[in-house]
Design a protein. Structure first.
Lengths: 95, 476
Protein backbone atom coordinates (compact mmCIF):
# COMPACT_ATOMS: atom_id res chain seq x y z
CA UNK A 1 0.00 0.00 0.00
CA UNK A 2 1.11 3.55 -0.68
CA UNK A 3 1.53 5.19 2.74
CA UNK A 4 -0.77 8.08 3.62
CA UNK A 5 0.81 11.42 2.75
CA UNK A 6 2.21 13.35 5.72
CA UNK A 7 0.24 16.34 7.04
CA UNK A 8 0.06 19.15 4.49
CA UNK A 9 0.99 16.85 1.58
CA UNK A 10 -0.63 14.90 -1.24
CA UNK A 11 0.53 11.70 -2.93
CA UNK A 12 1.55 11.29 -6.56
CA UNK A 13 1.44 7.77 -8.02
CA UNK A 14 3.63 7.01 -11.02
CA UNK A 15 2.58 4.31 -13.49
CA UNK A 16 4.42 2.59 -16.36
CA UNK A 17 7.05 4.86 -17.97
CA UNK A 18 6.46 7.58 -15.35
CA UNK A 19 7.56 5.08 -12.72
CA UNK A 20 10.62 4.08 -14.79
CA UNK A 21 11.60 7.73 -15.29
CA UNK A 22 11.32 8.71 -11.63
CA UNK A 23 12.51 5.33 -10.32
CA UNK A 24 9.67 5.50 -7.82
CA UNK A 25 6.12 4.23 -7.45
CA UNK A 26 4.91 7.26 -5.54
CA UNK A 27 6.00 10.30 -3.55
CA UNK A 28 4.49 13.03 -1.37
CA UNK A 29 4.42 16.70 -2.33
CA UNK A 30 3.31 19.78 -0.37
CA UNK A 31 -0.39 20.68 -0.64
CA UNK A 32 -2.32 22.68 -1.66
CA UNK A 33 -1.11 22.95 -5.26
CA UNK A 34 -3.06 24.37 -8.19
CA UNK A 35 -3.52 21.58 -10.74
CA UNK A 36 -2.10 23.78 -13.50
CA UNK A 37 1.20 23.93 -11.58
CA UNK A 38 1.46 20.14 -11.27
CA UNK A 39 3.59 19.45 -14.35
CA UNK A 40 6.12 22.22 -13.68
CA UNK A 41 6.38 21.15 -10.03
CA UNK A 42 7.09 17.57 -11.08
CA UNK A 43 9.55 18.74 -13.74
CA UNK A 44 11.50 20.62 -11.08
CA UNK A 45 11.76 17.42 -9.03
CA UNK A 46 12.43 15.18 -12.02
CA UNK A 47 14.09 17.33 -14.67
CA UNK A 48 13.01 16.37 -18.18
CA UNK A 49 9.86 14.46 -17.18
CA UNK A 50 7.40 17.00 -18.62
CA UNK A 51 8.53 16.72 -22.23
CA UNK A 52 9.38 13.01 -22.09
CA UNK A 53 6.41 11.68 -20.14
CA UNK A 54 3.87 14.13 -18.71
CA UNK A 55 2.69 15.86 -21.90
CA UNK A 56 1.12 12.65 -23.23
CA UNK A 57 -0.16 11.43 -19.84
CA UNK A 58 -3.61 11.09 -18.40
CA UNK A 59 -3.97 12.52 -14.90
CA UNK A 60 -6.46 11.55 -12.22
CA UNK A 61 -7.16 13.10 -8.82
CA UNK A 62 -8.75 10.71 -6.31
CA UNK A 63 -9.45 8.18 -9.11
CA UNK A 64 -11.23 10.80 -11.25
CA UNK A 65 -9.96 11.95 -14.62
CA UNK A 66 -8.97 15.64 -14.71
CA UNK A 67 -8.00 17.99 -17.52
CA UNK A 68 -4.88 20.02 -16.81
CA UNK A 69 -5.83 23.68 -17.35
CA UNK A 70 -3.56 25.08 -20.06
CA UNK A 71 -3.83 28.73 -19.13
CA UNK A 72 -3.82 30.53 -15.79
CA UNK A 73 -7.17 32.14 -16.57
CA UNK A 74 -8.80 28.85 -17.60
CA UNK A 75 -12.19 28.83 -15.83
CA UNK A 76 -11.74 25.15 -14.93
CA UNK A 77 -9.28 25.61 -12.06
CA UNK A 78 -8.77 22.73 -9.63
CA UNK A 79 -6.57 22.69 -6.56
CA UNK A 80 -4.89 19.56 -5.29
CA UNK A 81 -5.64 19.41 -1.59
CA UNK A 82 -3.95 17.82 1.39
CA UNK A 83 -4.47 14.03 1.40
CA UNK A 84 -5.40 13.84 -2.29
CA UNK A 85 -4.08 11.07 -4.51
CA UNK A 86 -2.85 12.14 -7.94
CA UNK A 87 -2.03 9.48 -10.55
CA UNK A 88 0.22 10.00 -13.56
CA UNK A 89 -0.85 7.48 -16.22
CA UNK A 90 1.16 7.36 -19.46
CA UNK A 91 -0.34 5.54 -22.43
CA UNK A 92 0.95 1.97 -22.69
CA UNK A 93 0.72 0.80 -26.28
CA UNK A 94 2.41 -2.58 -26.45
CA UNK A 95 0.75 -5.90 -25.93
CA UNK B 1 26.96 -37.77 -36.36
CA UNK B 2 26.60 -36.23 -39.82
CA UNK B 3 24.22 -38.81 -41.38
CA UNK B 4 22.10 -38.88 -38.21
CA UNK B 5 21.64 -35.10 -38.11
CA UNK B 6 20.83 -35.11 -41.84
CA UNK B 7 18.17 -37.74 -41.22
CA UNK B 8 16.76 -35.73 -38.29
CA UNK B 9 16.53 -32.63 -40.46
CA UNK B 10 14.77 -34.61 -43.19
CA UNK B 11 12.25 -35.96 -40.68
CA UNK B 12 11.66 -32.46 -39.27
CA UNK B 13 10.85 -31.18 -42.74
CA UNK B 14 8.49 -34.09 -43.40
CA UNK B 15 6.70 -33.53 -40.10
CA UNK B 16 6.42 -29.80 -40.74
CA UNK B 17 4.92 -30.43 -44.18
CA UNK B 18 2.47 -33.06 -42.90
CA UNK B 19 1.43 -30.71 -40.07
CA UNK B 20 0.92 -27.82 -42.47
CA UNK B 21 -1.23 -30.04 -44.74
CA UNK B 22 -3.28 -31.20 -41.76
CA UNK B 23 -3.79 -27.64 -40.60
CA UNK B 24 -5.02 -26.54 -43.97
CA UNK B 25 -7.45 -29.49 -44.12
CA UNK B 26 -8.80 -28.72 -40.64
CA UNK B 27 -9.34 -25.07 -41.52
CA UNK B 28 -11.13 -26.03 -44.74
CA UNK B 29 -13.31 -28.53 -42.86
CA UNK B 30 -14.24 -25.99 -40.22
CA UNK B 31 -15.16 -23.45 -42.88
CA UNK B 32 -17.39 -26.00 -44.65
CA UNK B 33 -18.96 -26.99 -41.33
CA UNK B 34 -19.64 -23.47 -40.09
CA UNK B 35 -21.09 -22.37 -43.43
CA UNK B 36 -23.42 -25.40 -43.32
CA UNK B 37 -24.54 -24.51 -39.87
CA UNK B 38 -25.34 -20.95 -40.83
CA UNK B 39 -27.48 -22.22 -43.70
CA UNK B 40 -30.76 -23.49 -42.21
CA UNK B 41 -31.45 -25.79 -45.19
CA UNK B 42 -28.46 -27.90 -44.22
CA UNK B 43 -29.37 -28.36 -40.56
CA UNK B 44 -30.63 -31.92 -41.03
CA UNK B 45 -27.44 -33.03 -42.72
CA UNK B 46 -25.26 -31.85 -39.83
CA UNK B 47 -23.19 -34.85 -38.85
CA UNK B 48 -23.19 -33.90 -35.15
CA UNK B 49 -26.94 -34.49 -34.75
CA UNK B 50 -27.46 -37.99 -33.30
CA UNK B 51 -29.54 -40.22 -35.59
CA UNK B 52 -32.02 -41.23 -32.84
CA UNK B 53 -33.59 -37.77 -32.84
CA UNK B 54 -36.35 -38.15 -35.33
CA UNK B 55 -38.65 -35.25 -34.48
CA UNK B 56 -37.33 -31.94 -35.86
CA UNK B 57 -35.16 -29.99 -33.40
CA UNK B 58 -37.37 -27.21 -32.09
CA UNK B 59 -35.02 -25.34 -29.76
CA UNK B 60 -33.23 -22.12 -30.65
CA UNK B 61 -29.72 -23.53 -30.12
CA UNK B 62 -28.33 -26.79 -31.45
CA UNK B 63 -28.33 -29.68 -28.99
CA UNK B 64 -24.53 -29.66 -28.73
CA UNK B 65 -24.56 -25.96 -28.01
CA UNK B 66 -26.66 -26.48 -24.88
CA UNK B 67 -24.01 -28.90 -23.64
CA UNK B 68 -21.02 -26.86 -24.72
CA UNK B 69 -22.25 -23.55 -23.27
CA UNK B 70 -24.17 -25.02 -20.29
CA UNK B 71 -21.95 -23.42 -17.63
CA UNK B 72 -22.36 -19.91 -18.98
CA UNK B 73 -25.98 -20.33 -20.20
CA UNK B 74 -27.19 -20.61 -16.60
CA UNK B 75 -25.69 -17.26 -15.61
CA UNK B 76 -28.06 -14.28 -15.45
CA UNK B 77 -25.51 -12.16 -17.32
CA UNK B 78 -25.65 -14.54 -20.33
CA UNK B 79 -28.75 -16.74 -20.39
CA UNK B 80 -30.34 -18.00 -23.58
CA UNK B 81 -30.76 -14.48 -24.99
CA UNK B 82 -27.11 -13.67 -24.35
CA UNK B 83 -25.94 -16.91 -25.93
CA UNK B 84 -28.08 -16.23 -29.01
CA UNK B 85 -26.52 -12.76 -29.25
CA UNK B 86 -23.03 -14.24 -28.95
CA UNK B 87 -23.86 -16.73 -31.69
CA UNK B 88 -25.01 -14.03 -34.05
CA UNK B 89 -22.16 -11.63 -33.18
CA UNK B 90 -19.06 -10.96 -35.26
CA UNK B 91 -16.08 -9.97 -33.13
CA UNK B 92 -12.77 -8.71 -34.52
CA UNK B 93 -9.46 -9.28 -32.72
CA UNK B 94 -6.72 -7.04 -34.11
CA UNK B 95 -3.36 -8.50 -33.15
CA UNK B 96 -2.70 -12.22 -32.60
CA UNK B 97 -0.04 -11.80 -29.92
CA UNK B 98 0.08 -11.71 -26.13
CA UNK B 99 -3.34 -10.03 -25.80
CA UNK B 100 -4.97 -11.50 -28.89
CA UNK B 101 -4.20 -15.14 -28.06
CA UNK B 102 -6.06 -15.34 -24.74
CA UNK B 103 -8.76 -12.90 -25.91
CA UNK B 104 -9.55 -14.93 -29.05
CA UNK B 105 -9.40 -18.21 -27.16
CA UNK B 106 -12.05 -17.12 -24.62
CA UNK B 107 -14.22 -15.57 -27.34
CA UNK B 108 -14.07 -18.82 -29.32
CA UNK B 109 -14.85 -20.80 -26.18
CA UNK B 110 -17.86 -18.58 -25.41
CA UNK B 111 -19.28 -19.26 -28.87
CA UNK B 112 -19.15 -16.01 -30.82
CA UNK B 113 -20.51 -16.67 -34.30
CA UNK B 114 -17.75 -15.04 -36.32
CA UNK B 115 -14.28 -14.43 -34.94
CA UNK B 116 -12.09 -12.25 -37.16
CA UNK B 117 -8.31 -12.27 -36.62
CA UNK B 118 -5.96 -9.65 -38.04
CA UNK B 119 -2.16 -9.81 -37.96
CA UNK B 120 0.66 -9.78 -40.49
CA UNK B 121 3.37 -11.22 -38.23
CA UNK B 122 4.77 -14.71 -37.99
CA UNK B 123 5.35 -16.78 -34.84
CA UNK B 124 8.82 -16.39 -33.28
CA UNK B 125 10.36 -18.33 -30.43
CA UNK B 126 10.47 -15.21 -28.20
CA UNK B 127 6.64 -14.97 -28.46
CA UNK B 128 6.01 -18.34 -26.85
CA UNK B 129 6.37 -17.42 -23.17
CA UNK B 130 3.16 -15.39 -23.42
CA UNK B 131 1.35 -15.91 -26.73
CA UNK B 132 -0.38 -19.04 -25.55
CA UNK B 133 -2.11 -20.11 -28.76
CA UNK B 134 1.18 -20.45 -30.63
CA UNK B 135 3.57 -23.30 -30.02
CA UNK B 136 7.04 -24.52 -30.74
CA UNK B 137 5.96 -26.41 -33.86
CA UNK B 138 4.31 -23.26 -35.25
CA UNK B 139 7.45 -21.09 -35.35
CA UNK B 140 7.55 -19.41 -38.75
CA UNK B 141 3.80 -19.80 -39.32
CA UNK B 142 1.46 -16.80 -39.75
CA UNK B 143 0.18 -15.80 -36.31
CA UNK B 144 -3.34 -15.54 -37.68
CA UNK B 145 -3.27 -19.10 -39.07
CA UNK B 146 -1.78 -20.40 -35.83
CA UNK B 147 -4.38 -18.64 -33.66
CA UNK B 148 -7.26 -19.64 -35.97
CA UNK B 149 -6.16 -23.26 -35.73
CA UNK B 150 -6.08 -23.04 -31.93
CA UNK B 151 -9.56 -21.46 -31.77
CA UNK B 152 -11.11 -23.97 -34.20
CA UNK B 153 -9.58 -26.83 -32.27
CA UNK B 154 -11.14 -25.36 -29.13
CA UNK B 155 -14.54 -24.76 -30.70
CA UNK B 156 -15.19 -25.93 -34.29
CA UNK B 157 -18.54 -24.09 -34.24
CA UNK B 158 -16.83 -20.70 -34.47
CA UNK B 159 -16.36 -19.28 -37.94
CA UNK B 160 -12.77 -18.00 -37.80
CA UNK B 161 -12.08 -15.41 -40.48
CA UNK B 162 -8.40 -14.93 -41.16
CA UNK B 163 -7.01 -11.55 -42.25
CA UNK B 164 -3.31 -12.24 -42.78
CA UNK B 165 -2.25 -8.59 -42.95
CA UNK B 166 -1.52 -5.77 -40.55
CA UNK B 167 -4.44 -3.34 -40.16
CA UNK B 168 -3.66 -0.32 -42.39
CA UNK B 169 -5.49 2.93 -43.17
CA UNK B 170 -6.31 1.37 -46.57
CA UNK B 171 -7.90 -1.86 -45.29
CA UNK B 172 -9.15 -0.75 -41.82
CA UNK B 173 -12.66 0.39 -42.77
CA UNK B 174 -13.32 -2.59 -45.00
CA UNK B 175 -12.27 -5.11 -42.35
CA UNK B 176 -13.80 -3.35 -39.30
CA UNK B 177 -17.15 -2.79 -41.07
CA UNK B 178 -17.83 -6.55 -41.09
CA UNK B 179 -17.80 -6.83 -37.29
CA UNK B 180 -19.93 -5.72 -34.35
CA UNK B 181 -17.23 -5.30 -31.70
CA UNK B 182 -13.47 -4.72 -32.04
CA UNK B 183 -10.65 -5.70 -29.67
CA UNK B 184 -7.43 -3.73 -29.94
CA UNK B 185 -4.70 -6.26 -29.13
CA UNK B 186 -1.95 -4.47 -31.05
CA UNK B 187 1.38 -3.18 -29.86
CA UNK B 188 1.99 0.32 -31.21
CA UNK B 189 0.54 3.85 -30.85
CA UNK B 190 -0.04 4.11 -34.63
CA UNK B 191 -2.37 1.10 -34.69
CA UNK B 192 -4.12 2.24 -31.49
CA UNK B 193 -5.11 5.59 -33.05
CA UNK B 194 -5.98 3.93 -36.39
CA UNK B 195 -8.28 1.31 -34.85
CA UNK B 196 -9.96 3.92 -32.65
CA UNK B 197 -10.60 6.22 -35.64
CA UNK B 198 -12.04 3.35 -37.69
CA UNK B 199 -14.33 2.39 -34.79
CA UNK B 200 -15.52 6.00 -34.40
CA UNK B 201 -16.31 6.27 -38.13
CA UNK B 202 -18.07 2.89 -38.29
CA UNK B 203 -19.72 3.21 -34.85
CA UNK B 204 -18.23 0.08 -33.31
CA UNK B 205 -17.49 -0.33 -29.60
CA UNK B 206 -13.78 -0.91 -28.98
CA UNK B 207 -12.24 -2.96 -26.16
CA UNK B 208 -8.68 -1.70 -25.83
CA UNK B 209 -5.95 -3.22 -23.69
CA UNK B 210 -2.19 -2.99 -23.46
CA UNK B 211 0.62 -4.38 -21.35
CA UNK B 212 4.30 -3.73 -20.79
CA UNK B 213 6.71 -5.05 -18.17
CA UNK B 214 4.43 -5.61 -15.15
CA UNK B 215 1.69 -3.07 -15.96
CA UNK B 216 -1.53 -3.29 -17.95
CA UNK B 217 -4.34 -0.97 -19.01
CA UNK B 218 -7.91 -1.79 -20.08
CA UNK B 219 -10.64 0.53 -21.33
CA UNK B 220 -13.87 0.08 -23.27
CA UNK B 221 -13.99 2.91 -25.79
CA UNK B 222 -16.69 4.35 -28.04
CA UNK B 223 -19.36 2.69 -25.93
CA UNK B 224 -22.13 3.41 -26.69
CA UNK B 225 -20.94 3.88 -30.26
CA UNK B 226 -22.93 7.04 -30.97
CA UNK B 227 -22.40 8.80 -34.31
CA UNK B 228 -19.36 11.01 -34.75
CA UNK B 229 -20.03 14.44 -33.24
CA UNK B 230 -22.67 13.18 -30.81
CA UNK B 231 -21.87 13.76 -27.15
CA UNK B 232 -23.93 10.70 -26.21
CA UNK B 233 -21.19 8.27 -27.20
CA UNK B 234 -18.37 6.95 -25.05
CA UNK B 235 -14.88 8.48 -25.35
CA UNK B 236 -12.50 7.30 -28.06
CA UNK B 237 -8.75 6.65 -27.73
CA UNK B 238 -8.00 10.23 -28.80
CA UNK B 239 -10.29 11.59 -26.04
CA UNK B 240 -8.26 9.66 -23.46
CA UNK B 241 -4.79 10.18 -24.94
CA UNK B 242 -4.96 13.19 -27.30
CA UNK B 243 -1.16 13.41 -27.56
CA UNK B 244 0.93 10.36 -28.47
CA UNK B 245 4.04 9.73 -26.37
CA UNK B 246 7.34 10.91 -27.88
CA UNK B 247 8.54 8.16 -30.26
CA UNK B 248 11.83 7.59 -28.43
CA UNK B 249 9.83 6.92 -25.26
CA UNK B 250 7.72 4.14 -26.79
CA UNK B 251 8.95 0.75 -25.71
CA UNK B 252 7.96 -2.52 -27.37
CA UNK B 253 7.73 -5.74 -25.37
CA UNK B 254 11.02 -6.68 -27.05
CA UNK B 255 12.74 -3.62 -25.62
CA UNK B 256 10.93 -3.12 -22.33
CA UNK B 257 10.16 -6.73 -21.51
CA UNK B 258 6.85 -8.32 -20.53
CA UNK B 259 5.79 -10.89 -17.97
CA UNK B 260 3.58 -13.52 -19.66
CA UNK B 261 0.70 -13.58 -17.14
CA UNK B 262 0.52 -9.77 -17.13
CA UNK B 263 -0.40 -9.56 -20.81
CA UNK B 264 -2.46 -12.73 -20.35
CA UNK B 265 -4.58 -11.10 -17.62
CA UNK B 266 -5.22 -8.11 -19.86
CA UNK B 267 -6.21 -10.27 -22.86
CA UNK B 268 -8.57 -12.34 -20.72
CA UNK B 269 -10.16 -9.14 -19.37
CA UNK B 270 -10.65 -7.93 -22.96
CA UNK B 271 -12.53 -11.12 -23.82
CA UNK B 272 -14.62 -10.64 -20.67
CA UNK B 273 -15.57 -7.07 -21.58
CA UNK B 274 -16.41 -8.11 -25.16
CA UNK B 275 -18.57 -11.03 -23.95
CA UNK B 276 -20.39 -8.75 -21.47
CA UNK B 277 -20.94 -6.17 -24.20
CA UNK B 278 -22.31 -8.67 -26.75
CA UNK B 279 -24.37 -10.76 -24.34
CA UNK B 280 -26.04 -7.66 -22.84
CA UNK B 281 -27.35 -6.62 -26.25
CA UNK B 282 -27.39 -3.16 -27.74
CA UNK B 283 -28.52 -0.16 -25.67
CA UNK B 284 -31.11 0.76 -24.51
CA UNK B 285 -31.73 -2.90 -23.55
CA UNK B 286 -29.17 -2.35 -20.80
CA UNK B 287 -27.48 0.55 -19.13
CA UNK B 288 -24.02 1.38 -20.46
CA UNK B 289 -21.62 1.70 -17.53
CA UNK B 290 -19.73 4.98 -17.15
CA UNK B 291 -16.34 4.76 -18.87
CA UNK B 292 -13.47 3.71 -16.65
CA UNK B 293 -9.81 2.90 -17.15
CA UNK B 294 -8.64 -0.20 -15.33
CA UNK B 295 -4.98 -0.24 -14.33
CA UNK B 296 -3.25 -3.48 -13.47
CA UNK B 297 0.07 -3.57 -11.68
CA UNK B 298 1.57 -6.96 -10.95
CA UNK B 299 3.95 -5.48 -8.37
CA UNK B 300 1.89 -2.61 -6.93
CA UNK B 301 -0.73 -2.57 -4.22
CA UNK B 302 -3.58 -2.58 -4.88
CA UNK B 303 -3.13 -4.77 -7.97
CA UNK B 304 -6.13 -3.19 -9.70
CA UNK B 305 -7.21 0.44 -9.77
CA UNK B 306 -10.23 1.74 -11.61
CA UNK B 307 -10.17 5.36 -12.80
CA UNK B 308 -13.42 7.14 -13.61
CA UNK B 309 -13.19 8.68 -17.05
CA UNK B 310 -15.22 11.44 -18.68
CA UNK B 311 -17.33 11.16 -21.84
CA UNK B 312 -16.27 12.38 -25.24
CA UNK B 313 -14.19 15.51 -25.56
CA UNK B 314 -16.27 18.05 -27.45
CA UNK B 315 -13.11 19.16 -29.27
CA UNK B 316 -11.85 15.63 -30.02
CA UNK B 317 -10.26 15.44 -33.47
CA UNK B 318 -11.91 12.08 -34.16
CA UNK B 319 -15.31 11.84 -32.40
CA UNK B 320 -15.77 15.54 -31.56
CA UNK B 321 -18.31 17.93 -33.01
CA UNK B 322 -15.95 19.67 -35.43
CA UNK B 323 -13.95 16.59 -36.39
CA UNK B 324 -12.66 16.47 -39.96
CA UNK B 325 -12.16 12.69 -39.87
CA UNK B 326 -14.04 11.00 -42.73
CA UNK B 327 -13.90 7.51 -44.23
CA UNK B 328 -12.23 8.99 -47.31
CA UNK B 329 -9.63 10.86 -45.29
CA UNK B 330 -8.82 7.63 -43.47
CA UNK B 331 -8.57 5.43 -46.55
CA UNK B 332 -6.69 7.89 -48.74
CA UNK B 333 -3.94 8.24 -46.14
CA UNK B 334 -4.75 11.88 -45.34
CA UNK B 335 -4.53 10.93 -41.68
CA UNK B 336 -0.85 10.13 -41.39
CA UNK B 337 -0.54 7.92 -38.31
CA UNK B 338 3.20 7.51 -38.60
CA UNK B 339 3.70 11.27 -38.80
CA UNK B 340 1.24 11.86 -35.93
CA UNK B 341 3.00 9.42 -33.62
CA UNK B 342 6.44 10.40 -34.86
CA UNK B 343 9.25 8.14 -35.96
CA UNK B 344 12.37 7.22 -34.16
CA UNK B 345 14.94 8.61 -36.52
CA UNK B 346 18.32 6.89 -36.60
CA UNK B 347 20.53 8.42 -33.94
CA UNK B 348 23.47 10.30 -35.43
CA UNK B 349 24.74 12.26 -32.50
CA UNK B 350 28.41 11.33 -32.72
CA UNK B 351 30.82 12.04 -35.57
CA UNK B 352 32.61 9.03 -37.15
CA UNK B 353 35.86 9.85 -35.31
CA UNK B 354 33.99 9.67 -31.99
CA UNK B 355 33.03 6.05 -32.63
CA UNK B 356 34.98 2.81 -32.60
CA UNK B 357 33.97 -0.57 -33.97
CA UNK B 358 33.53 -3.51 -31.62
CA UNK B 359 36.36 -5.35 -33.37
CA UNK B 360 38.72 -2.35 -33.05
CA UNK B 361 37.97 -2.03 -29.33
CA UNK B 362 38.60 -5.73 -28.80
CA UNK B 363 41.89 -5.64 -30.77
CA UNK B 364 43.07 -2.62 -28.85
CA UNK B 365 42.62 -4.47 -25.56
CA UNK B 366 44.25 -7.63 -26.93
CA UNK B 367 47.35 -5.62 -27.89
CA UNK B 368 47.50 -3.67 -24.64
CA UNK B 369 45.68 -5.50 -21.84
CA UNK B 370 46.56 -2.88 -19.20
CA UNK B 371 45.19 0.00 -21.25
CA UNK B 372 43.73 2.60 -18.82
CA UNK B 373 40.17 3.40 -19.80
CA UNK B 374 36.54 2.94 -18.74
CA UNK B 375 33.90 1.03 -20.63
CA UNK B 376 30.39 2.16 -19.67
CA UNK B 377 27.51 -0.22 -20.39
CA UNK B 378 24.40 1.99 -20.46
CA UNK B 379 21.84 -0.78 -20.88
CA UNK B 380 19.39 -1.59 -18.06
CA UNK B 381 20.79 -3.48 -15.10
CA UNK B 382 19.01 -6.68 -16.18
CA UNK B 383 20.51 -6.61 -19.67
CA UNK B 384 23.96 -6.00 -18.21
CA UNK B 385 23.55 -8.84 -15.73
CA UNK B 386 22.63 -11.37 -18.46
CA UNK B 387 25.81 -10.86 -20.47
CA UNK B 388 28.29 -8.02 -20.82
CA UNK B 389 31.77 -7.18 -22.09
CA UNK B 390 34.39 -8.04 -19.42
CA UNK B 391 35.21 -5.00 -17.26
CA UNK B 392 32.20 -2.94 -18.35
CA UNK B 393 30.71 -0.66 -15.69
CA UNK B 394 26.91 -0.48 -15.70
CA UNK B 395 25.34 3.01 -15.63
CA UNK B 396 21.76 2.62 -16.97
CA UNK B 397 20.73 5.04 -19.70
CA UNK B 398 17.83 6.37 -17.61
CA UNK B 399 20.50 8.09 -15.49
CA UNK B 400 21.55 10.09 -18.55
CA UNK B 401 17.98 11.21 -19.31
CA UNK B 402 17.84 13.03 -16.04
CA UNK B 403 19.28 16.51 -16.09
CA UNK B 404 20.53 16.06 -12.53
CA UNK B 405 22.64 12.92 -12.86
CA UNK B 406 25.64 14.40 -11.08
CA UNK B 407 29.04 15.39 -12.43
CA UNK B 408 27.71 18.38 -14.41
CA UNK B 409 29.94 20.81 -12.59
CA UNK B 410 33.06 18.93 -13.63
CA UNK B 411 33.24 16.84 -10.43
CA UNK B 412 33.93 13.14 -10.64
CA UNK B 413 30.76 11.03 -10.95
CA UNK B 414 30.52 7.99 -8.63
CA UNK B 415 31.01 5.45 -11.39
CA UNK B 416 34.32 6.90 -12.58
CA UNK B 417 37.22 5.15 -10.78
CA UNK B 418 39.23 7.61 -8.72
CA UNK B 419 42.48 6.04 -9.92
CA UNK B 420 41.68 6.73 -13.58
CA UNK B 421 44.00 9.32 -15.19
CA UNK B 422 42.02 12.44 -16.26
CA UNK B 423 42.90 11.86 -19.90
CA UNK B 424 42.04 8.15 -19.95
CA UNK B 425 39.35 7.49 -22.59
CA UNK B 426 35.73 6.61 -21.84
CA UNK B 427 33.93 4.21 -24.18
CA UNK B 428 30.17 3.78 -24.05
CA UNK B 429 28.30 0.68 -25.18
CA UNK B 430 24.57 -0.07 -25.33
CA UNK B 431 22.34 -2.63 -27.03
CA UNK B 432 22.47 -1.52 -30.67
CA UNK B 433 24.41 1.77 -30.64
CA UNK B 434 21.81 4.53 -30.21
CA UNK B 435 21.66 5.24 -26.47
CA UNK B 436 25.45 5.00 -26.34
CA UNK B 437 25.77 8.02 -28.64
CA UNK B 438 23.39 10.11 -26.57
CA UNK B 439 25.18 9.09 -23.36
CA UNK B 440 28.62 9.85 -24.83
CA UNK B 441 27.45 13.28 -26.01
CA UNK B 442 26.11 14.01 -22.53
CA UNK B 443 29.41 12.97 -20.94
CA UNK B 444 31.26 15.31 -23.28
CA UNK B 445 28.96 18.15 -22.29
CA UNK B 446 29.64 17.39 -18.64
CA UNK B 447 33.38 17.84 -19.25
CA UNK B 448 34.59 15.20 -16.82
CA UNK B 449 38.36 14.97 -16.69
CA UNK B 450 40.84 16.58 -19.08
CA UNK B 451 39.70 18.28 -22.28
CA UNK B 452 41.96 15.87 -24.20
CA UNK B 453 40.03 12.86 -22.93
CA UNK B 454 38.48 10.74 -25.69
CA UNK B 455 34.79 10.04 -25.10
CA UNK B 456 33.04 7.93 -27.70
CA UNK B 457 30.94 4.83 -28.24
CA UNK B 458 31.16 1.31 -29.60
CA UNK B 459 29.38 1.40 -32.92
CA UNK B 460 26.46 -1.03 -33.14
CA UNK B 461 26.58 -1.89 -29.43
CA UNK B 462 26.33 -5.42 -28.07
CA UNK B 463 24.74 -6.57 -31.32
CA UNK B 464 27.96 -5.65 -33.15
CA UNK B 465 30.05 -7.17 -30.34
CA UNK B 466 28.31 -10.50 -30.87
CA UNK B 467 28.78 -10.28 -34.63
CA UNK B 468 32.37 -9.06 -34.69
CA UNK B 469 33.99 -10.32 -31.50
CA UNK B 470 32.17 -12.98 -29.46
CA UNK B 471 29.57 -15.07 -31.28
CA UNK B 472 28.84 -17.08 -28.14
CA UNK B 473 27.47 -14.15 -26.12
CA UNK B 474 23.65 -14.12 -25.67
CA UNK B 475 22.16 -11.03 -27.29
CA UNK B 476 18.70 -9.95 -26.11
Amino acid sequence: MVPKPPKGHFNVLYFASASSFTSMESESLPAPLPLRKLFETLDEKHPGIKAKILNSCLVTVNLNYVDIPEKDDDPDQVTIEEGDEVAIIPPVSSG
Amino acid sequence: MEPASGRAEQLRLQIAKAEADLRELRLQLSQVETSQEHDPRDQSSHSNVPPEIVSPWKWPLQQQEYERYARQLILPSVGLAGQMRLKSAAVLVVGAGGLGCPAAAYLAGAGVGVLGLVDGDIVEVSNLHRQIAHSHTKIGMNKVDSLAEYCIDLNPRVNCVRHVTPLTPENAAEIVSKYDVVLDCTDHPTSRYLISDACVLLQKPLVSASALRTDGQLIVLNNPPAPQGSQDGGPCYRCVFPKPPPPDGVLSCGEGGILGPVVGVMGVLQALEAIKLVAAGPPPSHEVPAPSLLLFSAVGTPTFRSMRMRGRRSDCSACGMSSSLTPDALKSGMVDYVLFCGVRSPVRVLAPDERITAAAYSNMLAENPGFAHVLLDVRDREHHAIASIPGAVNVPFSMFQRTDMGGQDGTRPDWLPESLPPDAPIYVVCRVGNDSQVAARKLKEMRTGSEHRFIGDIQGGMEAWKKEVDKSIPFI
